[in-house]
Write a protein of this length. Structure first.
Lengths: 261, 250
């Protein structure tokens, strides 16, 4: 972090003043009269963006653990599908994946009467389950690759020691292997979560109303171009800053790696 | 061949994907070509920005360094989709203002140029970080030795810094290239007919969503896998003469 002393260097003061002047100019000479009217919708969209981010990150991470484990130590019939899954997810654009799931599955499901009559149908007709599924799979694909490195990076001696203490395989995994793997990749995890945040606006293309969709709506309704986009960029900057801050706090709390070579 | 397709129930898909007009394969390939063109351009523009930016960040004055820090931070924290829209409108507005001031009237900007400009600015921010790390990894003694020989800065960059940093930069640059190819899909949202948008149009008009989206996915995947092979070669070439990293620490 930049301390106060660094911030008070003459050229930085000048830059900050210029920036403030820019902000004041934005506030005074650009049009913001649409803001009160769209504020409730924007808050709703903001909430949906954050909800999507949190849910898909957690679900994706839970899926990434078996993916990473299968690639790191699994037998070939587990590691090959896991590797193929990660390669396919990482090798194709997320937008394409979202459209494949939404339009593809969305056009396939109504053909089966069993699905149409099931309890799930009211959900399957909406867009958000497809958004959650696509974002979860994408995060799992990228994170599975990261976790592969993390699992194989934990020292062999540690696992052998745990085994020697008589821990069962699952206890070894829960107490020794997983915590150390996660600790090793915490910085990467923070970066990946910010990437996930940057992926969320894509769901607006399948009619999920997130904060990006709200800004598009404002642009379409009022024909104002820059103001909603600038505000939107600011919102994402703030969220990304918060994510970085949270991960830095977590990193500080876990003890740093003990004498790794 | 056709018997085999019939047996698998894929005859219809093959017909839809055929290259001649009733099929949409030609459109997909044209879209792929557009995507690759933009990815090349944006990657190149990103490299140029990255090289100058990295030098600016390492050797520039305090103001330049702060401005570059703001550029890389903001670009990397805001979704590409939002940046693409902002830069797209900003670019076309600026060009129209300039051309109107010069008395030409409004200009229609070609999709390829707009796409390269938009993605190039985004790629530049990532390139700066990759190249800065690579330049820093060059042993300082080599650069000092070149200076001691009296090389002017540009020759030093061409003869010493760039060849020496290549091996450190290639993995990061390979990643950036893959991101560039996938980010071209986002241009579908501003209506540029690259692979993803062509696919969607084909799928929407034939209702064969799975066929087309899977085909497009396969095309992207082929590009990715092919690029990995190429970059693997480049990396081996850049690393020539250096001790292998394997068998060292791990």
């Amino acid at each position: 972090m930049i301390g106060l002393r660094d911030l008070l260097k003459p050229h930085r003061i000048l830059l900050i003043l210029l920036f403030l002047a820019f902000v004041v100019w934005c506030a005074l000479s650009l049009r913001w009269d649409w803001l009160p009217q769209y504020a409730p919708l924007a808050l709703e969209g903001l909430w949906r963006t954050i909800w999507l981010l949190v849910v898909t990150t957690i679900l994706g991470f839970l899926l990434a653990i078996p993916l990473g484990l299968a690639q790191a130590v699994g037998p070939w019939y587990l590691s090959t599908p896991a590797r193929v899954f990660c390669t396919v997810i990482r090798g194709t654009p997320l937008l394409l994946q979202i459209w494949l799931l939404y339009y593809g599955l969305g056009s396939l499901f109504p053909q089966f009467p069993a699905i149409r009559q099931s309890e799930l149908w009211p959900y399957l007709r909406q867009a958000w389950p497809y958004a959650v599924l696509a974002l979860t799979l994408s995060y799992a694909g990228y994170e599975g690759e990261v976790m592969r490195g993390a699992f194989s990076g934990v020292g062999k001696g540690q696992l052998e020691a745990a085994k020697a203490y008589g821990m069962r395989p699952f206890a070894v995994f829960r107490r020794i292997w997983l915590p150390q793997a996660i600790r090793n990749v915490l910085p990467t995890l923070g970066g990946e979560t910010i990437l996930q945040l940057k992926a969320t606006p894509l769901v607006a293309t399948i009619t999920v109303i997130d904060i990006y969709a709200v800004s598009s709506r404002v642009r379409a309704d009022t024909l104002i171009v820059y103001e909603p986009l600038l505000l939107l960029a600011l919102v994402y900057l703030v969220i990304a800053g918060i994510i970085a801050f949270i991960f830095r706090r977590i990193e500080k709390q876990v003890p740093s790696a003990i004498q790794r070579r | 061949m056709s018997d085999l397709l019939n047996m698998l129930g894929l005859a219809q898909s093959a017909e839809l994907l055929s290259l001649s007009p009733p099929g949409w394969g030609g459109n997909l390939l044209r879209g792929l070509l557009n995507s690759l063109q933009i990815a090349f351009g944006a990657f190149g523009m990103g490299l140029v920005i990255g090289l100058f930016g990295a030098y600016g960040k390492l050797y520039g004055g305090p103001i330049l360094r702060d401005l570059l820090a703001v550029y890389t931070t903001v670009i990397r924290a805001v979704p590409e989709l939002v940046l693409i829209l902002i830069l797209y409108y900003l670019g076309s507005d600026l060009i129209n203002k300039v051309s109107e001031a010069m008395g030409y009237g409004r200009v229609e900007i070609s999709g390829v140029v707009a796409g390269i400009w938009v993605l190039g600015v985004v790629q530049g921010a990532y390139s700066i970080e990759v190249l800065r790390g690579a330049i820093q990894a060059v042993p300082p003694g080599q650069i000092e030795a070149a200076r001691a020989f009296g090389m002017p800065p540009f020759m030093l960059m061409r003869r010493v810094t760039i060849p020496a940093m290549m091996s450190f930069a290639t993995p990061g640059l390979a990643n950036l290239w893959l991101i560039a190819t996938k980010d071209t899909a986002l241009l579908a949202i501003v209506g540029f007919s690259e692979l993803t948008l062509e696919t969607r149009q084909a799928a929407a008009s034939t209702r064969a969503y799975f066929t087309f989206f899977l085909a497009a996915g396969a095309l992207y995947l082929i590009v990715t896998l092919f690029s990995q092979v190429i970059f693997g070669r480049i990396e081996r070439w850049a690393r020539r003469g250096q001790p292998s990293l394997r068998g060292g620490t791990r």
